[in-house]
Design a protein. Structure first.
Length: 260
């Protein structure tokens, strides 16, 4: 009888231990879920704050042309950055001559710049026949590459890294002068020195015309959360004529992960 009682006591003690572990696990899980829920709530609030500030920044740009660098959204700080893309070159539109001039100005050897500029044009142009000094599928195969030009516009600036003759250092130097959002040559009024030289060599007008394309701005809003984490949202906006009659048109609204 004593042995049976001892065995029963051991069973009871182990049961208590197991129940205690289960309770502890449930409490810990509830705590983790509460923290996760709070983090998701703060993330959603930061995203909403950044989007609201971007909307206000667009209106500020329309009314006065000036966009405050810092805003408050409730207790949340939101920093606003504005990047003017109007003076940048679009590799989907620029001529080989203009691209070559830009590449040369950034340090590329003239003959290499000529071949690379032609290869950029061939990358975006349909067909199997390369342009003079350019490169189509046969040239890529000869270089040991398993891909070739798709014959369609570039979808992002990083895609330029796949063009035959492009190297990472040159691409890094090139990207700050490029954008995929413009629909015409760079506006000289907002172009940097390297793009201005390329425009002049490419035969573009030395000054902006009265009918130039509206300005294209990339606006970034960074909301700082209570735990010091940050949420970034970006809007790319064309100010000026819009087909729907408004003075602005949103070209992109995202988390700012794509290139300008």
């Amino acid at each position: 009888m004593t042995r049976q009682r001892g065995f029963a006591l051991i069973v009871v003690l182990w049961t208590i231990v197991i129940l205690a572990l289960l309770v502890s696990s449930l409490v810990g899980s509830a705590g983790r879920e509460a923290k996760l829920s709070a983090a998701l709530r703060d993330l959603a609030a930061g995203r909403a704050a950044a989007d609201a500030v971007l909307s206000a920044a667009i209106l500020d740009g329309l009314r006065s042309g000036a966009v405050p660098a810092v805003r408050r959204f409730g207790a949340m700080r939101v920093d606003v950055g504005v990047l003017d893309l109007s003076g940048r070159m679009n590799p989907n539109l620029a001529s080989a001559v203009m691209l070559q001039a830009l590449l040369t100005g950034l340090g590329a050897e003239p003959r290499a710049a000529e071949s690379l500029a032609a290869a950029i044009v061939d990358w975006r142009t349909p067909g199997l026949s390369p342009s003079p000094h350019g490169a189509k599928a046969a040239a890529y195969r000869a270089a040991g590459m398993a891909y070739g030009p798709p014959g369609r516009p570039f979808e992002n600036l990083d895609e330029l890294g796949y063009v035959l003759g492009m190297d990472p250092a040159l691409l890094a130097a090139l990207k700050p002068h490029l954008t995929l959002w413009s629909t015409s040559d760079p506006d000289p009024a907002f172009a940097d020195a390297a793009v201005l030289v390329a425009l002049r060599i490419g035969g573009a007008p030395p000054v902006a015309s009265a009918n130039r394309e509206a300005r294209v701005l990339a606006m970034t809003a960074v909301a700082t959360l209570p735990d010091a984490a940050r949420v970034t949202r970006r809007a790319v906006v064309r100010f000026g004529y819009s087909p729907d009659g408004r003075g602005w048109r949103v070209l992109a609204w995202d988390d700012g992960e794509t290139a300008p």
